[in-house]
Write a protein that binds this ligand. Structure first.
Ligand code: PGA
Length: 254
């Protein structure tokens, strides 16, 4: 059985006061939910603050991106060793906002995933199609192309450390969620691709759904056989909403 994972992607939101209050609420509210893994992904500058708050809890810290190099002349980048030093265990890579707004390519995303793994930081690799791609029936081609770029860069022995997230771009921050059936179909496709590489990896890989997941729709999405958790944006900024989703994920395990 795969351990459900719920990750809160705060994006570029927050302040020190907000980070403190929200992490404390998440620590308190998930203390009894030991069947699931809960990850917080604050903006870089809030990582030290959140790290202090989650230190004595099971809540895990991660970052929203990671550099391809360990150190050097890369203005504006933050490396995997730096993130590790500040307590991060996960890093998002290939979020659609990075791909669309900052021009990150499949090749760059794969390099970032590899750089994370080399420092024992687990990448959460995001894939997903735009609305135009879905309407042109290109969903499968797009998500498999994005997945394959990472699979061809990462040695098979390290693939067990990778978490995947399917995030249809048209569902992110729009209030428009994929139906459970739409999401399940893509999750099954991704898992099949992983299974073809290795039955073990296919069986064990966690594939999260992201895109307007809220307390009201989380239950039906998380009931799908290949949806192993959620990557939560907007709802992760509201403690009660995030905790309600965590509770639904814990039910999946029972
Ligand atoms: P959303 O964002 O939950 O606000 O749609 C999800 C994400 O972008 O990770």
């Amino acid at each position: 059985m795969r351990q459900p994972l719920v990750a809160g992607n705060w994006k570029m939101h927050g302040s020190r006061a907000m980070a403190r209050a929200l992490s404390q609420a998440v620590v308190r509210g998930t203390a009894e939910l030991d069947a699931i893994e809960v990850v917080l992904l604050p903006p870089y500058v809030l990582i030290p603050r959140v790290s202090e708050e989650v230190a004595d809890s099971a809540v895990v810290l991660g970052a929203q991106n990671v550099a391809t190099a360990r150190e050097g002349a890369f203005t504006g980048e933050i490396s995997a060793p730096m993130l590790r030093e500040f307590g991060c265990r996960y890093a998002l890579v290939g979020h659609s906002e990075r791909r669309q707004l900052f021009g990150e390519t499949d090749a760059l995303v794969a390099k970032r995933a590899l750089a994370a793994l080399q420092e024992d930081l687990r990448p959460i690799v995001c894939v997903g199609e735009t609305l135009a791609e879905r309407e042109a029936s290109e969903t499968e081609d797009v998500v498999l192309r994005q997945l394959d770029a990472v699979l061809s860069a990462v040695p098979e022995a390290q693939l067990g450390q990778v978490v995947f997230a399917y995030e249809p771009v048209w569902a992110i921050g729009t209030g428009r969620t994929a139906t459970p059936e739409q999401a399940q179909a893509v999750h099954a496709l991704l898992r099949e691709r992983l299974r073809r590489l290795s039955a073990e990896i296919g069986r064990r890989a966690r594939i999260l759904y992201g895109g307007s997941m809220k307390p009201g729709n989380a239950g039906e999405l998380l009931a799908m056989p290949d949806i192993d958790g959620g990557l939560i944006g907007g709802a992760s900024l509201v403690a009660d909403d995030f905790l309600a989703i965590c509770e639904q994920a814990a039910l999946r395990r029972e």
